[in-house]
Every structure is written in C-alpha cells, then in structure tokens.
Design a protein around this ligand. Structure first.
Ligand SMILES: NC(=O)c1ccc[n+]([C@@H]2O[C@H](COP(=O)([O-])OP(=O)(O)OC[C@H]3O[C@@H](n4cnc5c(N)ncnc54)[C@H](OP(=O)(O)O)[C@@H]3O)[C@@H](O)[C@H]2O)c1
Length: 346
C-alpha cells in the first residue's frame, strides 16, 4: 500500500462524517498503519468533539501499537488548544515515526504550525498536497484561502427555463421532496442571501425547516441598495442582515449595514466582519446574473422542475457550460455547475 492509497482510505473515512454535525469544522479522516497493516481508521464526527486523529488513536486495540507507526491524515493536525486540545501536541507524544498529511490547514490558527510541532518532536512529516480535504470541505478551504465566503447560487425553474410569471409574482415550482433537498443545501451554509425584489415579492422565511438542524439557523441577508425595505412592516431583528447604499436606512437599525464597493464589498464584509464561511444566493435572477457577471460564484444549482410557465415570464440565468452533476429529486432535475475558473480550482 503506497501513500496515495492510504490517503485515499483516510479521505473515504472522512466522507463518513455528517456535514451537518461537523459544521463549520472541516470533515477530516485518518488512518494508522504499521508494517503495511492498517491498524485503525477514524474521522471527526461532530463540532466541539474530538478530531479525527484522536478518534483514530482510540480505535487502536492497544495504544502501544502507535509506536513507530505512520498516521495518514487528510488535513494538517491542529496546533491550537481550541475546544478539544491540540492534536499535533498530543501526537508529538505518542511515538509515531511518520505523519503523512493530505493538505496544509489554511486556517491561520494552524497553517504550518501543526507540521512544525510534529517536526520538533522528531517525527518525519510529508505533505502530499492531495485534493481530498478540498473536495470534502470546499467552503472551509475557499473561505480561509481567499478570505471570502464560498458562494453557491440557486434557482428553481420551470421546464422551459422560467422562474416566475413576472418579478411581482410568487410561484411555487419545486414539490416537497425537492424542497427537502433545498433545505439540506441551506443547512450546509452559514448564510442565505436574496435580492430585495425577491424579499418584496415572496416574503420568504429562508429557514431550514424540513430536517433536524444541529447548529444555528443560517444568517438571512437581503441586498437592498436603494433601501426599499425601510418602509415595510417586518421584524428583521432575529438573524437578518440588510446591506444597503441608503445611508439614512443604515443609520436607523442595527440589522442594516451600509455597503461599499458593490457585491465584492458585501462579500468582504461577510467574511471578515461576520465570519461567514459560505452563502447560498437564492435569487432572484437579477442578483444571480450580477454574481455571475462579476465572477463571484463557486457553484450554481438549478432545480429544473416539470412545471410549465409562459415563455414571456422572468427567465432563468443559464451558463455556457455543461453541468458537473445531474440528479432527479422529486419533481426536479437538480443540475450542479462548478466555476472551474475559480481561483485555485483546476
Ligand atoms: N424560482 C426561483 O428560484 C426564484 C428565486 C428567487 C426569486 N424568484 C422570483 O424572482 C423574482 C424577483 O427576482 P428579480 O430578479 O426581479 O429581483 P432580485 O434579484 O430578487 O432583486 C433585485 C434587487 O436586488 C438588489 N441588488 C442589490 N445588489 C444588486 C446587484 N449587484 N445586482 C442586482 N441587484 C442587486 C437591487 O436593489 P436596488 O434596485 O435597490 O439596487 C435589485 O433591484 C420574483 O418573482 C421572485 O418570486 C424566483
């Protein structure tokens, strides 16, 4: 068994983690090997609980088996004490001969420090730079590598590519089974974002409702450059945030922030001031079009349903590329597109 095979096993083990339970920690897997025999595998199960390295160590029949063994781990072991203690510091005491790491942790609290702790303990450390961790945790890697939230766009369309009869009409396109899937996608994001027209037309609640959620509801964000929302009666006090260019509106309420520098200014503020790792942009089409035109997107989901609307309605936003994934869910074909031009993605 070579390094890449064993790292692939660590990646497969990491994929067993429930993203909802680990949120917003990365999914990480590990394997302990000695004399070409896999002695233990493990992964990080839940935010706030032990990390993959410790869980794998606890799988050993006898802790002494770790002496002179090699640990494969998809992400660099953490160096800070955090909620569960530093994995690198614990591992430094076990007697490991070698640690093989898939990716360096982009989080500045660990970034390279975990490797340094292991090397100081005389352990051989090899970094393979594999894609396992990035594929398992695209939001985590993008956020820490670019200091921007990972942006997932989403629209539901009719069979003929229409999102509603007109901008002032609300139309329900997805059925319950497809809605559950949408809520699952919502549940894996730090925030949900919409344009002001969608708010004024749909009055959406933007919560995760059809599944159990093991972390706080996503922050709900509305982009309202002119400040049209200031004249409506609505309680925005519970986890809503409005970005506006209307200075008077921004002055009036704690949940309204004045935005500068357009969409990139909003994204910068969300990452740096609100620590938002990922957002789902749920329309409408004008806003989705702006994200695409400015190349500020990572992923685009289209739920193309079996309903038919008049061709004269509000058109969806299409891409000049083939979908990367296609799945039938409920009454919709779910198309997933990745932005292959995104920084750092091949
Ligand atoms: N089928 C679906 O999945 C789906 C999803 C959402 C909405 N909808 C439907 O879509 C319709 C509304 O969509 P829409 O396209 O008319 O409006 P929208 O995208 O929801 O909102 C557009 C507004 O967002 C604000 N905005 C702020 N920054 C922006 C930027 N950089 N680029 C563009 N807009 C920005 C603008 O406010 P200012 O004008 O003040 O600048 C603009 O008027 C409704 O009928 C709704 O039901 C369907």
């Amino acid at each position: 068994m070579n390094d890449l095979t064993l790292m692939a096993l660590a990646g497969k083990t990491a994929a067993q983690a429930n993203k909802d339970l680990t949120f917003e920690n990365p999914r990480v897997g590990a394997v302990i090997v000695k004399d070409n025999v896999v002695l233990a595998t493990g992964y990080h199960h839940q935010f706030g609980q032990e990390h993959a390295e410790m869980n794998t160590f606890h799988q050993l029949k006898d802790p002494a088996q770790v002496i002179d063994a090699t640990m494969y781990v998809t992400l660099e072991p953490c160096s800070t004490h955090g909620k569960v203690g530093s994995c690198a510091q614990s591992m430094a005491k076990w007697g490991l001969r070698r640690v093989v790491i898939g990716s360096i942790d982009p989080n500045p609290s660990t970034n390279g420090h975990g490797v340094a702790i292991l090397k100081q303990a005389g352990i051989q450390v090899d970094v393979l730079n594999t894609e396992h961790s990035r594929r398992l945790n695209p939001e985590f890697h993008y956020y820490f590598e670019h200091r921007l939230p990972y942006v997932q766009l989403k629209l539901a369309t009719s069979k003929n590519g229409i999102v509603s009869d007109n901008a002032k009409t609300r139309i329900k396109l997805t059925n319950h089974k497809a809605d559950i899937d949408v809520h699952q996608e919502r549940a894996s994001k730090s925030a949900i974002l919409i344009g002001s027209q969608t708010f004024l037309t749909d009055w959406p609640s933007l919560t995760v409702r059809y599944l159990a959620l093991h972390h706080p509801q996503p922050l709900r964000i509305v982009l309202d450059r002119r400040g049209r929302l200031q004249n409506i009666k609505f309680d925005f006090s519970n986890r809503w945030l409005i970005y506006t260019e209307n200075h008077a509106f921004a002055e009036k309420h704690a949940y309204v922030k004045e935005s500068h520098n357009g969409l990139i200014g909003v994204l910068n503020d969300l990452a740096q001031q609100q620590q938002i790792q990922s957002i789902m942009v749920e329309g409408g089409p004008s806003l989705i079009q702006s994200f695409i035109a400015q190349d500020l997107w990572n992923e685009y989901l289209i739920y193309r349903t079996d309903k038919l609307l008049l061709d004269s309605g509000l058109a969806s936003v299409t891409l000049q590329q083939n979908p990367d994934e296609m799945l039938t869910i409920g009454n919709a074909v779910k198309l997933r597109y990745f932005n292959h031009l995104e920084k750092g993605v091949s």
